[in-house]
Design a protein around this ligand. Structure first.
Ligand code: GLC
Length: 408
């Protein structure tokens, strides 16, 4: 509860609201969003205010980490009368939020014909127990960025990536940077290494298979890079720290989400025109795999104005608003047609390839207890990166804990 109170205080302090608490009798729709660095979310809310002056939308900028924003929503749901009518959800939150009964099903408002316009993985991530709870706003899949001026042909395997990272690092430039801090982003980065080695966390029946030889090889590869092909400091990096290091020329390779592309190419960026982006590498004889990320809107079960909430969700996920978020924040659209939009393609020539990566991106374990599974992974992956557990120990301990959670 203490953690929630802190989150809520932060939310209140950061609230951006037209009339600041005074709704003049208008329905109020409130939601939490990531830090809005490009101003795209604010622009969408402002456009909506012009289109629908009868509804007041309050956008609360939360902390950068998905885990912290999830805690804010959970705290509000557990307290009973959540102040958040619209729930801007990570793909991984839906099973838990839906299973707890915190969300309104959206099947009538968002029927299957409407869903066809969106990327299928993003739609699937909004379904729990046969009902749909989330409208996709922006998609995500992990990618490998590289300095095209230093690396004319990007590596395809883990071995080659490690060799180049070690070979190209200098006193003031690391080789490979990624999200190495103990949080959800580390799980996303690790899963790509795990899947690329042919391993997995759960098998198709839901049983834990993490502690396979592939699982141990995957973590041995990643942990072995820290302090060598990857800078020591990577164990404190979230997305933005990795992006800053790469953008400032302090890394040759980076694992990150596609949003970073737009920032790397901005005028004044030291690496503008010197960046390539490809699917993550894989082990010899295996396939690359990207972790599916992404965000979408649901409606809280306790929303006082579900129709007003829906009006905002429909507006915000429409093509023009997705284009605005793409232009301002580098957010990846979830509407398939936008991957053929000439304006978007002019800015992002690599989108046809990104589209293929998004179609093949793999979900994290889909389970109502996902956050506990993830916390166990976060703890032990991080312990291996900072070398307080060996990779084998870390994998075995995490697998044991996850068996306790899923019961298989
Ligand atoms: C991105 C992804 C999200 C993921 C998070 C991890 O925001 O879209 O799915 O959980 O990164 O840091």
């Amino acid at each position: 509860m203490g953690r929630w109170l802190r989150g809520f205080a932060l939310a209140t302090a950061a609230a951006l609201c037209g009339g600041c608490g005074q709704s003049d009798g208008r329905p109020v729709v409130r939601f939490i969003v990531q830090p809005d660095a490009g101003g795209g979310y604010r622009a969408v809310v402002e456009k909506f205010a012009l289109a629908r002056p009868d509804i007041l939308v309050e956008m609360v900028e939360g902390p950068a980490s998905t885990d912290s924003r999830e805690e804010m929503y959970i705290g509000a749901f557990m307290a009973g009368d959540s102040p958040y009518d619209v729930v801007l959800m990570d793909v991984i939150w839906v099973p838990k939020f839906a299973a707890q009964g915190w969300l309104l099903p959206l099947d009538d408002r968002f029927p299957s014909q409407a869903r066809d316009a969106f990327l299928p993985g993003d739609v699937r991530a909004g379904i729990w127990d046969g009902r749909c709870y989330r409208v996709p706003l922006r998609s995500d899949a992990g990618m490998l960025y590289y300095r095209s001026d230093l690396v004319p042909d990007p590596p395809a395997t883990f071995e080659a990536l490690a060799a180049r990272a070690r070979g190209l690092k200098t006193a003031d430039r690391g080789g490979f940077v990624f999200q190495g801090r103990q949080y959800e982003g580390l799980v996303c980065a690790f899963l790509e290494v795990l899947w690329g080695h042919g391993g997995d966390v759960l098998d198709d029946s839901g049983a834990v298979v993490l502690d396979s030889p592939e699982g141990i090889r995957a973590l041995t590869w990643l942990a072995g890079l820290v302090g060598d092909g990857a800078p020591e400091g990577v164990t404190t990096y979230q997305e933005e720290e990795a992006r800053a290091a790469f953008q400032e020329g302090r890394a040759v390779f980076m694992r990150n989400w596609p949003y970073a592309w737009a920032k790397l190419q901005e005028d004044g960026s030291p690496v503008k025109g010197k960046v390539g982006i490809v699917p993550m590498v894989h082990a010899e004889g295996r396939e690359s795999a990207a972790t599916l990320g992404g965000w979408g809107f649901g409606i809280s079960r306790t929303a006082k104005f579900p129709d007003a909430a829906w009006a905002f969700i429909e507006f915000a996920t429409a093509p023009e608003q997705q284009k605005l978020l793409n232009a301002r924040n580098g957010a990846i659209p979830t509407r398939r047609a936008l991957f053929e939009d000439p304006e978007i393609l002019a800015r992002h020539p690599h989108y046809p390839e990104l589209f293929r990566v998004l179609l093949a991106a793999r979900p994290r374990p889909v389970h109502p207890q996902y956050s506990r599974i993830s916390q166990s992974l976060q703890r032990h992956l991080s312990a291996a990166l900072v070398k307080s557990e060996t990779p084998e120990e870390a994998i075995r301990k995490a697998a044991g804990e996850i068996r306790g959670i899923v019961g298989k």
